[in-house]
Design a protein around this ligand. Sequence first.
Ligand SMILES: C[S@@+](CC[C@H](N)C(=O)[O-])C[C@H]1O[C@@H](n2cnc3c(N)ncnc32)[C@H](O)[C@@H]1O
Length: 857
Amino acid sequence: MGRGGSRGGGRGGRGGRKPFRGGNKNNRSGGRDNRTESWLDQPRKNELFESYYRMGGFLDEAEFEQMWKSLASDLPNSFRFTGTKSDALAVREIFKERYIPAITAMDFEGQPVEPPKAVEAFPDELVWDMKTHKKIVRRHAPFADFQKFLVAEAASGNISRQEVVSMIPPHFLDVKPGMVVLDMCAAPGSKSAQLAEMIHGDEEERVKKAANNESPNTDDGGDYSDDGRSTGLLIANDTDYKRAGMLVHQVKRLNFPNLIVTQHDASIFPSIELPTGKNGRKQYLKFDRILADVPCSGDGTARKNPNVWGKWTPKDGLGLHNLQLRILFRGLQMLKKGGRLVYSTCSMNPTENESVIAAAIQACGGVSKVQLVDCSDYLPNLKRKPGLNTWKIMDTSTVPGSNDKTAHLFSSWDAFVKAQAKYEKEEPERVFSNKIMPGVFPPIASSEEERIPLERCVRVYPHLQDTGGFFIAVLEKLDDIKVGQITSSNNEASLLQAKTESETATPANAGEMEVDVTEPPTESAPEAGNQSPLKRKLEDTEDAEAEAKRTKTSDTTAELPAPQTEEATPVEATSTTITSAPPPTKEVTKLKSEQQSQSKEHFEYLAADDPNIAAILDFFGISSRFPRDRFMVKNKEGLLLNKLYYTSALAKTIISANKHRGMKFIHCGVITFVAHKIKDKDLMRAPWRLQNEGIRIVEPWANKRIVNCTSKATLHKLLIEMFPKLPRDGSHDIGEVGDQLKDMEIGCCFVRIEQSAGEDGFPFRMVLPLWRHPGSANLMVDKDDRKAMLLRLFNEKDPDIKNHVADKAKAVEAAKANGGGEEMEVEEAERELEEAKEEEGGDADAVAGAVEDVQEV
Ligand SMILES: C[S@@+](CC[C@H](N)C(=O)[O-])C[C@H]1O[C@@H](n2cnc3c(N)ncnc32)[C@H](O)[C@@H]1O
């Protein structure tokens, strides 16, 4: 590999192509914690929220107390080492050897400081968390050094700052290289990054072997018939325009050619056409694996999200149930028979979890069609609780014009209907939310064979391993699903029907209303004097209105959170407005035919015999075995070449077959070559630059313009100095690289750095692009990436990177201003400067911002 220094996909790379990097150039903290101190000091209380989780049937009282205490405490910072396993392990070792001993040796106010620790639930010590208080982190140098490393590596994409629980779903999906995977609700993309890593596997090693005519290792069950390349694909989708933009920004950095980003409503995700089969029938893509990490109320994120404490109401979860169900059902439709789908939320509310799973399985035709998978073998060290088979649903009611707000708990639809009937008679002015539907209650199976084993779902509570709260369920499709089996959970229609039925059944009485909110306190419950006003009131009313078995909180309105509007909930507005929209009725969801111009990106594949491609590949001596028909351009003018992107074969097939069907493809392809626009007759022979993003895709197949860097001192020199001198007939100080470059023609080349052992070895493989100028050579790695590499490889914290071109240009400008300077010298400096700008993508940083007024060549 090449852990050069680039932020993933940006430039510089880990030395070229950086598959699967996290981090972010604009947000170099890579998922920074935006909480302010004032949030940390905010009260973490919400009476309704607490009542529901205390009394809704989740945990026994003692464990609830533990959970609640944990939920109200700060969330540890966490991060994971990313990329292929060998790359991730190499960076992890640098981190462990360089930073952990220094932190461990510290103490704070006489106490040892707790260093970052590997999270035991995840294998290979690739996931870490840090519980050290900010005030210690800020004050101590070893932490400052570690933070610097963390920020640089997150920006380079070697570390992803991600919540621990958010890393679980991809592990349960059991993705193998070569699989076709859909991430239905993917923004901002942290799980997509994990999925891409899994699909990719150790592709670079396999391709290297294939290029050397060795057989790639095929033990892991992947399909490597494409010369060791992964034949799999990830489609990452999100419906929200802005968030889809964030997703593109994030996944672009992975430099993964087997990735397409789409922007569709996942509940009506369009069926993707494949080329017509031999029998002339239309074929549609089915997925091996699907992740449905759906929009949710997010109450499991209360440790880092202040909105949850201020705004939680039972309506949040109830309002999302239908959308979550429709997304899950659509996912199950698009899954292959035998395929697997992981459904996950960062909510602990069964309305958004077990009830969605049960309703979807029922809609698919029951457990003979879709089964819940026992996933105790996945992440066996993860502490977890089984899914719930019984739970209660909370609702609130109000009397218009009064301060009365009442909380109710119901354990079945039947109880809810009877309560409604009773209120209609006794207190018709009372208004309930219209969000409760039959499907949100625990399912009732008619036989043991038909029972849905909801205990196979996985609940992760905050106190189990000091994380956020999370829910995961793994579903396997056993058989085809008949179309249109899902029925709309319209509350009013269901209620009307149920009321009619209940009128002929047992008359409503108080016993059929849920009374759990007024249950006598258990032994471990807090003393009355310590109880919350809400709970106290609930219990008071039990005596007074025992026959009603409901719990008014009118006196405690002041303690209750103000009723929330849907928009105020911490989920996207697009998600919350849908409560009972009709479900899709067909397994194949049609698209309206649209012009490609309406999609965000324009994709035009070049013909395999395109002369430009032939010229570029010939210049770099790329083997004829390398596929020539997978390059595309993204400009609307089509063949007006500027940047060439490489995509995998399946990505090409899908884009080509669907781009005129109205599919919104918003990203695909890895930039591999860019036209070099310097107007110079010498350069006209080598007019294409290799790009860090795509360099590792083509490098194994190259047999020209390769330079080997074997000494750390040489790499250091190339990093610390931009444009070191390299005259054809004079001396240079860039070691073996200079010797190899001396007689090379002007233009771009590969610098190969192989992994090697020992003090002076390189901990991982790198490939970096370098431009050979007439009098100098320059790594095409920008300043920030150089700094990240110097920190990673040489532990240099604040390197002073020299830029000879900028210095020279400054000097020439100064000379010009003073009326001096040789004309030739000025021209030469201007040309080198222009080239430098080109290489650095016009990055002013690269030329030290010193020469704005140098004229364009
Ligand atoms: C929990 S977040 C996903 C987080 C993401 N999987 C990750 O790991 O970075 C839910 C996402 O669903 C998206 N969303 C909401 N409604 C959707 C819909 N109908 N179809 C697709 N995506 C939707 C939201 O924009 C949001 O980005």
